[in-house]
Design a binder for this molecule. Sequence first.
Ligand SMILES: [Zn+2]
Length: 276
Amino acid sequence: MWFDTHAHLFLLEGPHTVEQNPPVTFSEVIQAAIDQGVTRILCVGIDVETSRRSIKLARQFPDRVWAAVGIHPNSASSASLADWDEIVELARDHSVVAIGETGLDWYRDYTPPPVQVEWFEKHWALAKELGKPLVVHCRDAEKDITEILSRWAREGVLRAVMHACAAPWEVVSRWLDWEGIVISFAGSVTYKNTKFAPIRETAQHVPSDRILVETDCPYLVPEPYRGRVKASVPLHVKDTGYFLAKLRGVSPEELAAQTTDNAIRTFGISPPKKGY
Ligand SMILES: [Zn+2]
């Protein structure tokens, strides 16, 4: 049984619409994943509207789908303080098990860096107040993220998922010195290009009690579907999971159990019921 710890289910509509005839609905995508062993999904908001929709999906699929609420660094430039008030309100919902997606993105320039840092800090304060983990996006920003995390770790209990990890092992090994950090791998770990080789090296080294797996759907379609389908869906977490299992020399069943246990612990959700 797999846990897709990072899915933007609401983005499967519009330009990323899953190519199927007749078109599939969110419910069908989720049900298909559940029926085929991806029994748990964290739906991650990127702004107020999608955070609200994530909660709605979580309510529709109790004990299967949970929500994370936040303002993505690339959405932060268009967010207002009223939006933040709403995130703070939504974050208290019982289906919300993490705060984010937040973080720093130095690859895109949708939001000026100081503004991104300011929003990242807001998310941290909220996560700390509510005792929920952060979901962190780190793109070409390893150095600054490490500095910020190190400061936070000195200030209090730091709990965070480093999502779609693309950082080299020398950086990730530092992150892992902070107890509450877990590392999540997406489809990019399966990519054959040499530029993705450091992700594989990192994925070999992360201890078995600190690793998660995700799709980041609709992005990062894993091999063997890369270039063949338009959007990834939660079901694809199994392809990334099988790849990781082989890379780490464990059975897929073992990796599924480890990553699911780690996610359940990280998000503080109730332990599995029989048959889940
Ligand atoms: Zn994401």
